[in-house]
Write a protein that binds this ligand. Structure first.
Ligand SMILES: *[C@@H]1O[C@H](CO)[C@@H](O)[C@H](O)[C@H]1NC(C)=O
Ligand SMILES: *[C@@H]1O[C@H](CO)[C@@H](O)[C@H](O)[C@H]1NC(C)=O
Length: 261
């Protein structure tokens, strides 16, 4: 769970919307919210009166009860102000959101023990010779996660997603006989998933997406990004962008597959 001490600065920074007036006098794209000028690419005007910033490509919303702007991926606004969303209880897919268009609405896909996104990120689902109780035709073959650290996989022993303790990369276990007990013990550790909301690590509602390069290849040619926890080392990396991961509930684990390869 995110602690209150990490939430308070977030709320404060979101309420600083009048800062935008200092943008250097460019008339182009400038709109007015009441008397306040703003760039629609950076802010949203609510009821002609309240500006809320767009953060990671996601518009934040005003909460009448306490005057703050908030991310609907982490909070709900009630009569008494903001409250954290409940944690995810249903299986979910993950979608990347970020400030740049190439980072927006990208599905997170499982392949080769890594979770990745981008045009070159493959989804490697597998169902051949499954035990008779598993009918391959019944799977939708998407990359689906469960809040407890499991992948929506039916292979005996299942499969699990985890943050690698060595470099913070987001991975999944191999499954079947190759499932690795020390990796399974890390399943879901450090991550809080909000229902139809953010997939967060250690109280931070963002991750680091790093363009992957094949050995001997040119940076960026794979157009596939791996996903890293926002540790100081990962935040300092080049060829990386800060992203948010948004969970969307799906009907059942059958939206997943028998085995992720
Ligand atoms: C999912 O993959 C299995 C095995 O390849 C296949 O039989 C099934 O039709 C696929 N499901 C969909 C919705 O394509
Ligand atoms: C299990 O996973 C850990 C961490 O990824 C790795 O260091 C170790 O070699 C793996 N063990 C086996 C038996 O594959």
């Amino acid at each position: 769970m995110a602690s209150l001490t990490t939430l308070v600065p977030l709320l404060l920074s979101l309420s600083l919307s009048p800062l935008l007036v200092t943008v250097n006098g460019q008339a182009q794209g400038l709109s007015y919210c009441g008397d306040a000028p703003y760039f629609p690419s950076e802010y949203t005007c609510y009821d002609g009166a309240k500006l809320c910033p767009i953060s990671y490509g996601i518009p934040t919303l005003p909460c009448a009860a306490d005057g703050a702007c908030y991310h609907a991926g982490m909070y709900e606004c009630g009569r008494n102000g903001l409250q954290l969303l409940p944690e995810a209880s249903a299986p979910f897919t993950l979608t990347v959101q970020g400030a740049l268009p190439r980072l927006q609405n990208q599905a997170v896909r499982a392949c080769g023990n890594y979770l990745a996104f981008g045009a070159g990120a493959r989804e490697c689902t597998f169902c051949v010779n499954a035990p008779p109780q598993y009918d391959c035709k019944t799977y939708a073959n998407h990359t689906v996660f469960l809040g407890n650290g499991e992948m929506a996989a039916d292979v005996p022993g299942s499969q699990y997603w985890f943050v690698s303790p060595t470099d913070g990369v987001l991975k999944f276990t191999e499954g079947g006989k190759a499932n690795n007990a020390s990796e399974i013990s890390l399943a879901g550790k450090g991550v809080t998933v909000y229902q139809n909301g953010f997939f967060t690590y250690d109280g931070s509602p963002f991750w680091v997406g790093c363009l992957r390069t094949l050995p001997g290849g040119t940076v960026g040619t794979t157009r596939s990004y791996r996903i890293y926890a926002p540790t100081p080392e990962n935040l300092a990396k080049t060829n990386c962008d800060q992203i948010k991961l948004v969970a969307s509930a799906v009907a059942s684990r059958k939206e997943g597959t028998y085995l992720y390869q």
